[in-house]
Design a protein around this ligand. Structure first.
Ligand SMILES: [Zn+2]
Ligand SMILES: [Zn+2]
Length: 137
């Protein structure tokens, strides 16, 4: 997402953009981003800084580290960045910062739900959907 600094000096702007997830190459083995990354950002001037107030909506498919189930999650996040106007060229491009914020928002432990019961270490049953069969043996 790129905005003209000249335009920003004149008026506040809200810009929205959908970016194909693959363009930003953020997938890891347990998190895949699905299309599209939806970004809405309000830009305004505050003294000598341009403030970018962004809301990012991502649709991600995770592999739960407890039960190995795949789950799709829609995650919204907000963040605010500011840029010194004197240090900007003609355009302000916030893509790199948005990408970074999305990556920082990765869950440390990927779980399908905080209540996930996981797999039984004995019989391998997915305890979210079936009962443990260890006793049957
Ligand atoms: Zn799970
Ligand atoms: Zn079991």
């Amino acid at each position: 997402m790129k905005v003209s600094v000249e335009d920003l000096k004149r008026k506040e702007m809200t810009v929205s953009e959908d970016i194909p997830a693959a363009d930003w190459d953020m997938d890891s083995f347990d998190v895949k981003f699905l299309n599209d990354l939806h970004i809405v950002c309000k830009f305004f001037l505050a003294y000598k800084e341009v403030v970018a107030d962004a809301q990012v909506t991502v649709n991600r498919k995770i592999i739960c580290s407890r039960c190995l189930g795949e789950v799709c999650q829609i995650v919204k996040q907000n963040f605010i960045k500011s840029y010194e106007i004197d240090k900007l060229d003609k355009f302000l491009d916030i893509d790199k910062d948005i990408r970074e914020e999305i990556l920082l928002n990765f869950p440390l432990k990927v779980l399908c739900s905080s209540k996930c019961k996981g797999l039984c270490p004995g019989c391998g049953a997915n305890l979210n959907i079936e009962a443990c069969k260890c006793r049957d043996k």
